[in-house]
Design a protein around this ligand. Structure first.
Ligand SMILES: [Zn+2]
Length: 299
């Protein structure tokens, strides 16, 4: 296998890298997402052309995108860039790029990247989760991405927060997907901010809450403690099903250092086991895991 191109197709920007066979970044580019289907296809084609400029032969192309292609008909679903839904995105990319294209959910690409050469390198089993604006996850077993029979493996964000308290139940949070109590509404960055607002009446951003907690401000500390407990509970549920060696966190919330020991303690408390060797760690490649994992879809 020669050089690989990975594309992270985000709602506001499209980022691409070309990796050499050693996994080093040989070229990197980022363009705004034009926000319409045909224009976005053209933008990806242009990005790939630019990444391949000045070299011989075509690279493999992998794309990470919100949502996932349905295994039934290949049409996209579950994307928060809603104009992608119902479209044969992979087939259209293949036509635009004149080559086969591999396409996966962006959180799946994140998880794959961290297992290939990131914070979970060498782990036999890993769960990668992006806790940012939204919340998505990916499962990698034996070094291979598990997409699942229905193409939704790792879609942790749209399972309910487990072992809810009366307070949490009373909040009655409705998710954009239409269901009640989705983890995404609780453990994402906006979920953290909303929880702080509900409890204190004060609107702070997630970084402000983190800074407040670090400075010893009591309400911010309590908000982070509640958040870490919810994260640990949600992850305990994942461990009870796939029991991974490593859990890698990415996205904005993963930058809050205080989350890790508290989430680890909650995981150990809620896991249905007398031992817990599973480690919760921070992503090594940060925001670059999306593009890197997309490139690694071609192994
Ligand atoms: Zn949901």
């Amino acid at each position: 296998m020669g050089e690989r191109i990975g594309i992270d197709f985000g709602g506001s920007k499209i980022e691409g890298v070309r990796l050499n066979p050693a996994g080093e970044v040989a070229a990197r580019r980022r363009v705004p997402n034009p926000g319409g289907y045909d224009q976005a296809l053209a933008a990806v084609a242009e990005l790939v052309r630019a990444l391949e400029a000045g070299r011989e032969g075509a690279c493999s192309v992998g794309v990470g995108a919100p949502g996932s292609p349905s295994p039934r008909d290949g049409l996209m679903r579950g994307a928060n860039s809603v104009w992608l839904n119902g479209r044969p995105f992979r087939a259209d990319l293949e036509a635009a790029l004149r080559r086969p294209v591999r396409l996966a959910n962006d959180a799946n690409c994140f998880a794959l990247s961290e297992v290939v050469d990131g914070a979970a390198a060498g782990a036999a089993s890993a769960f990668g989760v992006i806790v940012g604006t939204g919340c998505g996850g990916g499962v990698v077993l034996g070094g291979r991405l598990v997409e699942g029979a229905n193409g939704v493996a790792g879609e942790w964000g749209h399972t309910p927060l487990p072992w809810m308290s009366e307070d949490e139940r009373a909040a009655g949070l409705v998710c954009w997907c239409g269901r009640l109590d989705c983890l995404e509404r609780w453990v994402s960055g906006p979920g953290l901010e909303a929880d702080h607002r509900r409890r204190t009446g004060v609107s702070l951003s997630a970084p402000e809450i983190a800074a407040g907690a670090e400075a010893g401000e009591a309400t911010c500390r309590e908000t982070l403690a509640r958040h870490a407990d919810r994260l640990g509970r949600g992850l305990a549920m994942v461990c009870d099903v796939i029991d991974p060696e490593v859990i890698v966190l990415g996205g904005g919330v993963s930058n809050i250092a205080a989350i890790y020991p508290a989430a680890q303690a909650a995981l150990e408390r809620w896991l249905f086991s007398d031992v817990c060797v599973t480690r919760i760690v921070r992503a090594r490649h940060g925001d670059s895991s999306g593009v890197r994992g997309a490139a690694w879809l071609w192994d």
